[in-house]
Design a protein around this ligand. Sequence first.
Ligand code: PHE
Length: 337
Amino acid sequence: MLDKAKELLQEAEEFVSDIADEVDEFRIKYLSKKGGLITELFKDFKNVPNEQKKEFGQVLNELKNKVLDKVNFLNEKIKSKDTVKIGLDLTLSGDAKDFGSRHPISIVRNEIIEIFTRLGFTISEGPEIEDDLHVFSALNFPPEHPARDMQDTFFIEKNPDILLRTHTSSVQVRVMDNQKPPIRTISPGRVFRNEAISARAHCIFHQIEGLYIDKNVSFADLKQTLEYFAKELFGQNSKIRLRPSYFPFTEPSAEVDVSCSLCGGKGCNVCKYTGWLEILGCGMVDPNVLEANNIDSNKYTGFAFGMGIERITMLKYGIKDLRLFFENDLRFLKQFQ
Ligand code: PHE
């Protein structure tokens, strides 16, 4: 009996664990009121020969204290380890959240979208990988026509041509496919052109193009719409002017300048001392485009316009290098909180 108790004492002394469940098992094994090893030994006390009773009692007490101490010690250790693991210190002050900011291109895109939705334009989107029909043919670019060179195209496959869209006018072809006039929509999105990257050009950029087709849509409607747009975006004192231009899909076509918002039209290095900044291309939808998209050009007329969001953003914020938009340098982006 005495030997058994000494054996248990030895065992208890050697026990180590850093797992809470194991320590609990150990405690129950020794100390449980029902069937615990120590409890059972105490029950056997009466069978111990008298001359051993004293020593037996001492060993049992020692064993009981040892087990209690061990359990407390191991539990403390496990607890302190847990705290370190979670790093939970409720007395520390909280971490400030580092909020991001919107990309300037998103800010200006949203602003432009908002202006046109106020005028009743819907938003339409389409694929970035397109075919020749939607980017060129349905927009009155005849095959082999040199006008296709105006937009240096990234081709993915030849015959039939699969390519990255060079403008979001392709989305408007899809809208004309699926909708009957009146159509009033803008298509924001990424476009791709095979151009050398510089401060003023990139092979990827963003556009918003607009299309309005209905009965009796006139050039005056186009001009009025763009004037409203320019005043909303660049300030109520802004003026616009239209210069004749050429696009295959519009006739007549024009390029639109806005009075320089940085110098108020007096002339500065941003407007190259002209007082004007070019912001977009536009025109009356060529009847050939309407017919190619199954819209009766005797009944309907329309206008279209298209602008680069990078360019507008550069003009609005006085940004000199277009590449900044693609570098995602936080020092640049954080200026647009
Ligand atoms: N699609 C033309 C471009 O990408 C812009 C444009 C749209 C011009 C509509 C006129 C009318 O350059």
